[in-house]
Write a protein that binds this ligand. Sequence first.
Ligand SMILES: NC(=O)c1ccc[n+]([C@@H]2O[C@H](COP(=O)([O-])OP(=O)(O)OC[C@H]3O[C@@H](n4cnc5c(N)ncnc54)[C@H](OP(=O)(O)O)[C@@H]3O)[C@@H](O)[C@H]2O)c1
Length: 245
Amino acid sequence: MSGIQGKVVAITGASSGIGEATATHLAEQGAHLVLGARREDRLNAVVDRITAAGGSAAGTVVDVTRRADLGRLTDTALARFGRLDVLVSNAGTMAISPFDELRQDDWDAMVATHVTGLLNGIGAALPVFRRQRSGQFVNVASTAAYVVKSPQAVYAATKTAVKVLTEGLRQESGPHLRVTLVSPGFTDTEGVGKGASPEAARALARQRDDIAMPPSAVASAIGYAIGQPDGVDISEIVVRPTVQA
Ligand SMILES: NC(=O)c1ccc[n+]([C@@H]2O[C@H](COP(=O)([O-])OP(=O)(O)OC[C@H]3O[C@@H](n4cnc5c(N)ncnc54)[C@H](OP(=O)(O)O)[C@@H]3O)[C@@H](O)[C@H]2O)c1
């Protein structure tokens, strides 16, 4: 199978931002979407928008830190559409702060969402992909996995872990699976600075307003990777605004 048309794509963190834009973009290309996030009202609104526009989508409440929730996401794909072609692990939190503020709950949330959450997705989808002898992981990291900027160390460390896990998974994936890392730079979403310490949030929001690219730019990069023929794996994409240093 090549292209996007008819593929069954599950996306975590699909209730806003990059996840929502990716769902919309792939639905327009004829994919069947299975969308997960915690905010049920926002998730349902995305599903409703896609279906009202003639697309195909289902939603299920997913907290990626809970292993069973990822199982429910892949089960929903199998029950509704009979297969799963792609899992986009996109859920994330950018609650950035300096170490001295000791926001240990935020540190834990970033580790749980980006590292445990990604592993939960791999645990749920890998057996399905092995059985089908096809499937693709698309893991969303960040340019923070390439350049550490204070006070983003915890965020950058967890996104570096996403990059490392993705490369290891790619090496073990064998001839039938595809594994793609997509690392966005500043993207105009509600998540930038959300939950961050006030000073960091202000700085991030300022930068976002000055230089961010639209989430559709990341969505089309993800679509490009998914649209390649079966035997072609786009392993890594870094997509950033031209003005981002
Ligand atoms: N915006 C940027 O500049 C930028 C740059 C580089 C990388 N990224 C990455 O891109 C991804 C998407 O972020 P965004 O910018 O689109 O921000 P966003 O609009 O805040 O989206 C984050 C999504 O993740 C979901 N989420 C958070 N924690 C979750 C959990 N435990 N379980 C399930 N879903 C969860 C949120 O939905 P609920 O709250 O409804 O669960 C939301 O749908 C993140 O991984 C982020 O780190 C963003």
